[in-house]
Design a protein around this ligand. Structure first.
Ligand code: NDP
Length: 277
């Protein structure tokens, strides 16, 4: 029951796949659960890693937008491992710049996956965290850029170290309603659905870290948001500057922070360095 276990979401391709590969290559001493919403694509990804001799990888289905799916993964982890040592919330979506869906629809759909999906997985799995666990929420440098484009009032709310999860959820909901009405910019929001969802992921990480500090101070758990960089995947396209393997470096670094490391915690990290929020 005490075997170590790591979970990576959205890992059938892109950065998530490379994170699983990177954890294996970094010598992660436990099982790594590669999750994907599509079972066939997930199993194929596991097969590819096994063909590279990376044998401590298993598949479990997880659609982050389906709370039942998170619940099933929680039960699987409880039954087979009795806890969780590493969680990497990587799954995410972005509409292409040329997408024709109305902005309000893009905002609703992107928020559902990137913010609410990450929150739902966290609600199901964070209670399983064992002492010295590591949690990495894959956000983006776009979250910082979008924060800087918010009105001073919104910036102050998103930078407030005392912001609650409830307040953050309310703000993410307000953005979607404003995007649907078309007055989001008049209300001080940036004109980026993706960027706003990633503000949500970064601020959620700050809140989750603060809660862990309050409730489990002695357990040495570290939770951070990160940016993988601009990475050549289906999301960012072939002109991006980093390979998926390079994009996985910071998430893997945060997941493998050694036992006893006091920091980083509750930070936004990219290129392995803490960024100012
Ligand atoms: P990809 O589009 O290549 O991969 C996204 C992954 O997320 C896929 O496995 C996809 O599954 C999965 N996914 C999407 N929705 C769900 C869902 N509801 N449930 C489970 N899995 C889901 O993107 P990247 O690898 O580039 O992105 C990974 C993360 O990195 C994202 O959070 C992204 O926002 C972030 N990021 C990426 C950057 C880049 O330059 N690429 C820059 C900054 C951040 P499926 O194959 O089924 O669609």
């Amino acid at each position: 029951m005490s075997k170590k276990v790591a979970v990576v979401t959205g890992a059938n391709k892109g950065i998530g796949f490379s994170i699983v590969q990177g954890l294996c290559k970094a010598g992660y001493a436990g099982d790594i659960i590669l999750t994907a919403r599509n079972e066939k694509l997930g199993q194929e990804a596991v097969g590819k890693l096994k063909s590279e001799g990376l044998n401590n990888v298993l598949f479990h289905r997880l659609d982050i937008c389906d709370q039942t799916s998170s619940e099933e993964l929680r039960k699987f982890l409880e039954k087979n491992y009795g806890g969780l040592d590493v969680l990497i919330n990587n799954a995410g979506i972005a509409f292409k710049a040329a997408a024709t869906e109305p902005f309000g629809e893009q905002a609703e759909v992107t928020m559902r996956t990137n913010f609410w999906g990450t929150l739902w997985v966290s609600k199901a799995l964070l209670p399983l965290l064992r002492p010295n666990a590591r949690v990495v929420n894959v956000s983006s440098f776009v979250s910082k850029r979008s924060l800087d484009k918010c009105s001073p009032e919104l910036q102050a709310k998103f930078r407030n170290p005392a912001i609650s999860e409830e307040e953050l959820c309310g703000l993410m909901g307000e953005f979607v309603v404003a995007a649907q009405k078309g007055d989001h910019e008049a209300k001080g929001w940036p004109n980026s659905a993706y960027g706003t969802t990633k503000i949500g992921v970064t601020v959620l990480s700050r809140i989750q870290a603060a809660v862990l500090t309050q409730t489990r101070a002695a357990d040495g758990i570290l939770l951070n948001a990160c940016c993988p960089g601009w990475v050549r995947t289906d999301m960012a396209g072939p002109k991006a500057t980093k390979s998926p393997e390079e994009g996985a470096e910071t998430p893997v670094y945060l997941a493998m922070l050694p036992t006893g490391a006091p920091a980083p915690h509750g930070q936004l990290v990219w290129d392995k360095a803490v960024q100012e929020w």
